[in-house]
Design a binder for this molecule. Structure first.
Ligand code: UDP
Length: 433
């Protein structure tokens, strides 16, 4: 199959850990590589965010990356990218006229906007004898969930509230990454018959229990890993650390993620977290590591007694899987994808979100019982390997593509017959025709 991945802000070639570079980049890179291993031809279309990038690059995995001109050739925060989606659609239209995909897989709501716009253009239909190209969508995050948890802190453009559900109702298939997302999608009107579930995965060859681990500074070590954004809950981990220290434990906390270490001081979230650690009297026990290359993360993860993953909400969350694959127990907030990946009392503990006391309580029990911690670690490793390898994820995604293509072919040149939504995605303003 010829598969076009569209990932407007998240390039598979990006350095991870920055504000807008995390799970989606990993997902697109690893899923695409695994689909190439299954014999498919995969091209990833992403926005050119650096003038020095070549038009086309082939990754060692065999995945082709095409940089499409859409807005300035420099980093633009993803919440400011909507006005450039029409230009992205122009680039997709040109590319698809020359090299027509069998299926498009759009990542994040704005890629859905650009993909639907391009796929429905008369030139693309005409080139396919009146057929549109089927569009499969993975949201990675949902705006109404973000708004629910972040309120006024949410910097998404206001158009998202209307456009995102319309993308969900218009595409041929939505792939949810966890069961919680299925309920959220149903809530915005996506039909159950068009939702498939395929989780994110983990590189089980890189993330292993065996291998080097870095030295600790204190007898007990925990960490929180992820982009330095407030909703990731690094602050909850710091508050939990303070409680453990109050109980007399000699613990250190690593905070991994954000800009490179030498530029941390410029980061607002870093400054707020450092101030919190100061205020709680644990600043000397918290090490802000900044961005760590993913290849070095296993060395960090293996040095831990436990990983804390305490986001306010989490569309999926690859980091806990990475810890599990390394045989490290996880204490996680019971939100979003973490409810599926972390099994309470088997691979770690699930606790309520934004509850440092609960995190500290679960960690305390684990730290007091190394045998339980080791057992959770073994179970976590088993679970990550058996259910979340990228090859398994790609097999499920492949099934979804095949059934989408079969369904749209059966519907004839008009494509879906049940379209109730007639949004003009080309306007990117959500105007309904
Ligand atoms: N990551 C990394 N270095 C860092 C911080 C994060 O390589 O300093 C990687 C991490 O290993 C994971 C991804 O970025 O693969 C984060 O994905 P996750 O789904 O946990 O969070 P998201 O960024 O999607 O919210």
């Amino acid at each position: 199959m010829r598969i076009a991945m569209v990932s407007e802000h998240a390039s598979p070639l990006a350095v991870l850990g920055g504000v807008d570079a995390g799970g989606q980049n990993v997902h697109v890179a690893e899923l695409s590589a695994a689909l190439v291993r299954r014999g498919h031809d995969v091209v990833v279309y992403t926005r050119r965010d650096d003038a020095g990038l070549s038009d086309r690059a082939v990754m060692p995995s065999g995945v082709t990356v095409v940089h499409v001109a859409a807005g300035p050739a420099e980093h633009v925060p993803k919440d400011e990218l909507l006005p450039h989606m029409a230009a992205l659609a122009d680039g997709l239209e040109q590319a698809w006229l020359a090299d027509r995909p069998d299926v498009v897989h759009a990542h994040f709501w704005m890629s859905g906007v650009a993909s639907l716009d391009a796929a429905r253009r008369p030139s693309v239909r005409d080139a396919g004898q009146g057929r549109t190209v089927p569009v499969v969508q993975t949201f990675h995050a949902l705006g109404h969930v973000k708004r629910r948890h972040q309120g006024l802190l949410d910097t998404s453009p206001p158009e998202r509230a209307q456009l995102e559900p319309q993308v969900g109702r218009t595409v041929d298939t939505v792939i949810a990454t966890c069961s919680d997302e299925v309920f959220e999608l149903r809530g915005i009107g996506v039909g159950a018959d068009r939702i498939d579930v395929a989780p994110c995965g983990v590189d089980t060859a890189l993330f292993t229990p065996e291998g080097p681990q870095e030295a600790r500074r204190r007898p007990t070590r925990i960490a929180t890993v992820g982009r330095l954004v407030t909703r990731k809950g690094h602050g909850t981990a710091i508050s939990a650390l303070a409680r453990l220290v109050d109980e007399g434990r000699d613990v250190e906390l690593l905070v991994v993620g954000g800009p490179p270490r030498e530029r941390l001081a410029e980061d607002e979230t870093y400054r707020a977290l450092a101030a919190l650690a100061d205020e709680l009297g644990v600043r000397d026990r918290v090490e802000f590591r900044g961005q760590v290359p993913q290849a070095e993360l296993p060395t960090v993860l293996r040095s831990l007694d436990a990983l804390v993953c305490a986001p306010w909400y989490e569309p999926f969350g690859i980091v806990p899987l990475e810890a599990m694959a390394c045989g490290v127990p996880v204490v996680a907030a019971s939100v979003g994808g973490l409810i599926d990946t972390v099994v309470d009392g088997r691979t770690g503990r699930l606790v309520p979100p934004r509850d440092p006391e609960a995190v500290a309580g679960a960690l305390g029990v684990l730290l007091d019982s190394p045998a339980t911690a080791a057992q959770y670690g073994r179970e976590g490793r088993r679970r990550a390997r058996s259910r979340y390898s990228w090859d398994r994820v790609a097999a499920g995604t492949d099934r979804s593509y095949q059934s989408t293509v079969a369904r749209t072919r059966a519907a004839g040149p008009a494509g879906r017959t049940d379209h109730t939504d007639r949004t003009d995605f080309a306007s990117t303003k959500g105007a309904t025709l």
